[in-house]
Design a binder for this molecule. Structure first.
Ligand SMILES: Nc1ncnc2c1ncn2[C@@H]1O[C@H](COP(=O)(O)OP(=O)(O)OP(=O)(O)O)[C@@H](O)[C@H]1O
Ligand SMILES: O=C([O-])CC(=O)C(=O)O
Ligand SMILES: [Ca+2]
Ligand SMILES: [Mn+2]
Length: 661
């Protein structure tokens, strides 16, 4: 028996005891049957009803009660006009008289089409003399859309966009599923000729200013020919003193959502005061470059012009080009301010101990910096300044191949509404993602805002690092799972930047192979590697950081016969580094590489700590070890002529810190 709340008992005239509520049709006075469960809608027509569904909000509405200097004087209309003017200036042709005619909003929403808010690039040009048909049409600007809006744009207009069962937006990046480093060009002018690293080993392949302008015009014309473009105004670098304003103009909702996730998202207030960007990307990736254009060796071109503070992308839709293109820019801008830029992950313990994780693509920066017991500062790009460390980005870009909930729970859970899932395969009906499926590419990726990781440290800054962990995925299986490095060794391995490149991230690489990439990111650095190395040495010395070399690659034989070191073991090793317990372990020195290896690490079988134990064929081990040692030596030859910083003693020590045989 149940009380009805009025102190009386009843057998429930309205409530069936073991089932659904009984439907009651009350007889009103007029005898007509009413459904009065809710008040009626305040609309006379279906269209009116739909118009009630949405109300206007930021970023198109000014913030009420803003105390800023111009808050009272600038009207909403004026602000919008200024914003469009700024975007129009960004998109202007530099050879024709008039800028594009821009209007805000989705062209599909007819009611919002032009009040003729024609913004002319040159204020005094005569609008009646149109130079081409293109100047007669409007280009709609979709400005800083929200993830929900971008989902709708992607699903409506971009083939290959789907919502997966976890809520993420699955997209295809097209023919390119990795970066195209050979198609990157940097404008060589009077300044950059002296400042940047050119020539053998450098990622900076030259192009001239005129060719850049040709490609820029091609990209801008393409973008202006579209009905709509996406514009993202965002930030890079969480250090407020060295924040960079970036504008990304793109043609795909995929690109806009990717950058929304990867760059730092402005607050409505910050967006209102955004002003002129410090750097602009024109992503016309669906459109090829013209191979008859000087310097072009394929139909893909990623062009960087530091003087103009612009980047142009033609012929690749892989979104990572934008992320890493901006990273290259930071590798120039930050050292100019005596700040070291790093291709590293970064996290912090409860006691404020910070660790950096360097490593090439696929070596474990994202996997190992995402640690449930520590605060995540960032997974891929950082700055180390006098103030400590700061993340450059606002999001993470995790590899998804063979992702499992059990091994990487935080990354697994970050794949939800708002996350971009690139090139994954999923069940047509249930939309469950099969992370083991490499049909599209091995380089499947998830891009999500950093706050999707529960213990992200926001703002993403921290004190000076205590540990500097160099990750190498050694496909030869001869580097120990962990070794402690002295400063000279840390520098030697930092400059060497060894790994066995894991398939897929760079076009054309299909299976692991030994690679050396200076500073663990030669594809992105702009200055000579010794410049970054000198800064790192100085900072590590000054702040007393310890260097470590961690092999996240093979054990028990080379790729093909051995197997990859189990992730739980690597995590135990990393735990011991963080806790400081590894510092006081007993060490012995390896032959050839002269690395200090611990005899014991808690939770890790001791026999795997010295790789020689894991190889059944000791002769093959020795041969492979010498082979890799030889590759290191050969790679380092190009650096023997350089001095690292002002300390010639350190330079000598670095040269002696490599393999010896
Ligand atoms: N022992 C191990 N340690 C670290 N990662 C491992 C290990 N074994 C397997 N893996 C896998 O290797 C991959 C490491 O990729 P991760 O995303 O961390 O690369 P990354 O260094 O961040 O590269 P990128 O710069 O391209 O983003 C993950 O897929 C991870 O599951
Ligand atoms: O840039 C990419 O495509 C992925 C990445 O982080 C890297 O390669 O270092
Ligand atoms: Ca990563
Ligand atoms: Mn990276």
């Amino acid at each position: 028996m149940a009380g009805n709340g009025d102190g009386e008992f009843s057998f429930g005239s309205g409530t069936a005891r073991n089932g659904l509520a009984k439907i009651q049709t009350q007889k009103k006075n007029n005898g007509i049957c009413h459904d009065d469960s809710a008040p009626p809608v305040k609309a006379q027509t279906i269209d009116e009803l739909h118009s009630l569904q949405r109300k206007r909000s930021a970023p198109t509405t000014p913030i009420k009660g803003t105390q800023g200097a111009f808050a009272a004087t600038i009207s909403e209309e004026e602000r919008q006009k200024q914003q469009l003017q700024s975007i129009s200036a960004s998109l202007a042709s530099l050879t024709r008289e008039t800028g594009p005619k821009l209007v805000k909003g989705d062209p599909a929403r007819k009611s919002e089409t032009p009040k003729v808010s024609h913004v002319s690039h040159h204020e005094f040009s005569t609008p009646t003399i149109s130079v081409s048909d293109s100047s007669l049409k409007f280009t709609h600007v979709l400005y800083n859309l929200s993830p929900a809006e971008l989902y709708e744009q992607a699903i409506k207009y971009e083939k290959g966009s789907f919502i997966t069962s976890n809520g993420a937006l699955a997209t295809l990046s097209g023919a390119k599923t990795g970066r195209s480093p050979r198609d990157k060009r940097v404008v060589k002018d009077e300044t950059t000729e002296d400042e940047l690293w050119w020539g053998k080993g450098s990622p900076n392949i030259e192009m001239d200013e005129h060719t850049f302008m040709t490609n820029r015009e091609r990209a801008v014309d393409y973008l202006n020919s579209l009905d709509k473009v996406f514009v993202n105004d965002q930030f890079l670098n969480w250090d407020p003193e060295h924040k960079i304003k970036v504008r990304i103009v793109s043609a795909r909702a995929y690109h806009s959502l990717f950058m929304h996730n990867m760059c730092i998202r402005p607050t409505p207030e910050e967006l209102e005061n955004f002003g002129t960007p410090d750097f602009t990307i024109y992503n016309a990736g669906q459109f090829p470059c013209n191979r008859y254009t000087h310097y072009m060796t394929s139909s893909t071109s990623i062009d960087l012009n530091l003087a103009r503070r612009e980047m142009v992308i033609l012929g690749t839709q892989y979104a990572g080009e934008m992320k890493k293109g901006l990273f290259s820019v930071m590798h120039y801008l930050m050292p100019m301010r005596q700040i070291l830029s790093l291709h590293s992950g970064c996290n912090m313990g409860k006691d404020g101990d910070v660790a950096l994780f360097f490593g090439l693509s696929g070596t474990g920066k994202t996997t190992l910096s995402t640690d449930h017991n520590r605060y995540l500062i960032g997974d891929d790009e950082h700055c180390w300044s006098e103030n400590g460390v700061s993340n450059i980005e606002g999001g993470c870009y995790a590899k998804c191949v063979d992702l499992s909930r059990e091994k990487e729970p935080d990354i697994w859970n970050a794949i939800k509404f708002g996350t971009v899932l690139e090139n994954v395969v999923f069940d047509e009906h249930t939309r469950e993602v099969d992370y083991t499926d490499k049909s599209v590419t091995e380089n499947t990726r998830a891009a999500y805002p950093i706050e999707y990781i529960p213990n992200a440290k926001i703002p993403c800054v921290g004190p000076h690092p205590k540990n500097v962990i160099l990750l190498a995925c050694d496909a030869f299986g001869v580097l120990p799972p962990v070794s402690k490095l002295n400063l000279a060794q840390t520098m030697y391995h930092f400059i060497s930047g060894y790994t066995a490149l894991v398939a897929g991230t760079e076009e054309g690489v299909k299976e692991p192979q030994a690679t050396f990439s200076a500073c663990f990111g030669a594809a992105f650095i702009m200055l000579h590697p010794t410049r970054y190395a000198a800064m790192l040495a100085e900072k590590m010395q000054k702040h007393g950081a310890t260097g470590w070399l961690v092999n996240t690659g093979w054990s028990g034989g080379r790729y093909g016969s051995g197997s990859r070191i189990k992730l739980p073991y690597t995590r135990k090793i990393i735990d011991a580094i963080h806790s400081g317990s590894l510092l006081s372990a007993t060490y012995k020195k390896t032959e050839v590489f002269g690395l200090e290896i611990p005899t014991e690490v808690e939770g890790v079988p001791s026999e795997i700590l010295d790789p020689v134990n894991t190889w059944s064929d000791k002769k093959a081990y020795r041969e492979t070890l010498l082979k890799l040692g030889g590759l290191f030596k050969k790679n380092f030859e190009t650096f023997t002529a350089y001095k690292i910083g002002k300390d010639s003693k350190l330079t000598e020590e670095i040269l002696a810190a490599g393999p010896n045989f």
